[in-house]
Design a protein around this ligand. Structure first.
Ligand SMILES: Cc1cc2nc3c(=O)[nH]c(=O)nc-3n(C[C@H](O)[C@H](O)[C@H](O)COP(=O)(O)O)c2cc1C
Ligand SMILES: C=C(O[C@@H]1CC(C(=O)O)=C[C@@H](OP(=O)(O)O)[C@H]1O)C(=O)O
Length: 389
């Protein structure tokens, strides 16, 4: 079974990841993993942490001479910023007054601080924020990129990008064709499509920053050439759209998930929403539209898979909101930690990654995922079978 686990604190020595279930015999492109990590560090509106980090993956297991072995893949990403935190975030040295500086006692509304502290009994909420930090998403991107490479070997392409920031929409960002989206992304660092919109968005982010405020946005991911029939209608927990929604919601700050035109579909009659079925000799079945985002009955239907995610604004505000000190119980302004103004661009890479992980999981659940060449043959045979259905 394809599964993964991550560990590591934001200012600890490093992030660790173990990924199992990747087929043997896949030639891994490490540069591509590192390019995805670099993309996750990009985007306008990030804080100063990204000037310190230079994320690169180190692989210490499951790969030999550049090819996957079928055994668990062990991954590491160093936290360069740990140098500045080596005493405070030392995993093993005993607590002293000096190395417990920078205690957090005024929880930030919207972050995990207060509830995490109450649940785990941490009186220093640094113990919460270090792990609830989205620093961990760097490892999810490394894992996701390996899954993306499995999918690419099967002809499945996937891309994520920003649809809107703080309510400003990027016009023309609706193509379902991955190549068109990638060409548009190449034009600017924001993963948006229209230059004039980018200027407006830069202004909006600058203004939020000046006001000590933050912004969220909407992300869209498209996956193409996904074979029909991944996931199943037979039980609630076999539905792939449900698994995708859980994976997306599992990313820090995501508060809404939509498949296809989900919420808009709810406002239209069925005649305008259902994707009519067509058939062509040699091609088999297809649809005339994709309002349902490539899903019927929790199964992929062969159309592009379209997933949208709504990210709330970053909770840490440089002009902090009201909080209460957990020691003195006085009502005070929340703690301010170094922070992003918006992280919608990096989040688009993270959402793309978690969608890739779920699709690779579904593929290796459906077919024998032990060896990449056998997997390729099985998927090709299956596609032929469907064409002749
Ligand atoms: C890529 C990325 C970067 C983030 N950067 C910050 C940040 O700099 N400051 C912050 O307070 N929250 C940031 N967040 C959001 C918090 O991690 C998140 O809101 C927090 O863990 C609480 O979880 P929840 O919003 O899912 O409830 C970021 C999220 C993502 C995906
Ligand atoms: C470190 C990353 O994001 C961090 C996510 C984050 C949070 O609270 O989620 C808070 C900030 O941490 P710091 O205070 O160290 O700057 C971000 O920089 C990263 O994405 O690599």
């Amino acid at each position: 079974m394809l599964t993964y686990l991550t560990a590591g604190e934001s200012h600890g020595p490093e992030l660790s990841g173990i990924l199992t279930g990747i087929p043997a015999g896949l030639t891994l492109d490490i540069d591509e993993i590192n390019a995805a990590l670099a993309a996750r560090q990009g985007g306008y509106g990030r804080g100063n942490r990204q000037k310190i980090e230079h994320d690169q993956v180190i692989i210490t297991g499951g790969v030999r001479h550049g090819k996957t072995l079928g055994s668990p893949i062990a991954l590491t990403i160093k936290n360069r910023d740990h140098k500045q935190w080596s005493e405070i975030m030392n995993p093993t040295s005993p607590e002293t007054p000096e190395n417990t500086l920078r205690k957090v006692s005024r929880p930030r509304p919207g972050h995990a601080d207060l509830v995490g502290g109450m649940k785990y009994g941490h009186r220093d909420m640094r113990n919460v924020l270090e792990r609830s930090s989205a620093r961990e998403t760097a490892m999810r991107v490394a894992v996701g990129n390996i899954c993306k490479q499995v999918l690419a070997a099967l002809g499945i392409k996937i891309v994520g990008y920003v649809e809107s920031i703080g309510g400003i929409h990027a016009e023309g960002s609706q193509p379902t064709d991955v190549a068109l989206i990638e060409a548009a992304i190449a034009k600017n660092d924001l993963r948006l499509t229209e230059d004039n919109q980018v200027v407006a968005i830069h202004d909006l982010i600058d203004e939020a920053k000046r006001n000590g405020d933050t912004l969220g946005g909407v992300i869209r991911v498209v996956a193409e050439k996904v074979p029909a029939g991944l996931g199943s209608y037979v039980s609630w927990d076999t539905k792939l759209d449900a698994k995708l929604a859980a994976a997306v919601m599992g990313v820090n700050a995501m508060k809404g998930v939509e498949i296809g035109d989900g919420f808009e579909n709810a406002e239209h009659p069925g005649s305008q929403v259902m994707d009519e079925i067509d058939w062509a000799d040699g091609q088999g079945f297809s649809r005339n539209s994709d309002h349902l985002g490539g899903f019927e009955g929790g199964m992929t239907n062969g159309m592009p898979v379209i997933v949208k995610a709504a990210m709330k604004p970053i909770p840490t505000l440089y002009k902090p909101l009201q909080s209460a000190d957990i020691n003195s119980k006085e009502v005070k302004k929340a703690t301010v930690e170094r922070s992003d103004t918006t992280a919608i661009v990096p989040a688009s890479i993270v959402i793309e990654s978690v969608v890739a992980i779920e699709l690779a999981k579904a593929i290796t659940d459906t077919f024998d995922g032990s060896n990449i060449d056998r997997l390729k043959r099985q998927v090709e045979d299956y596609r032929e079978e469907l064409k002749n259905f």
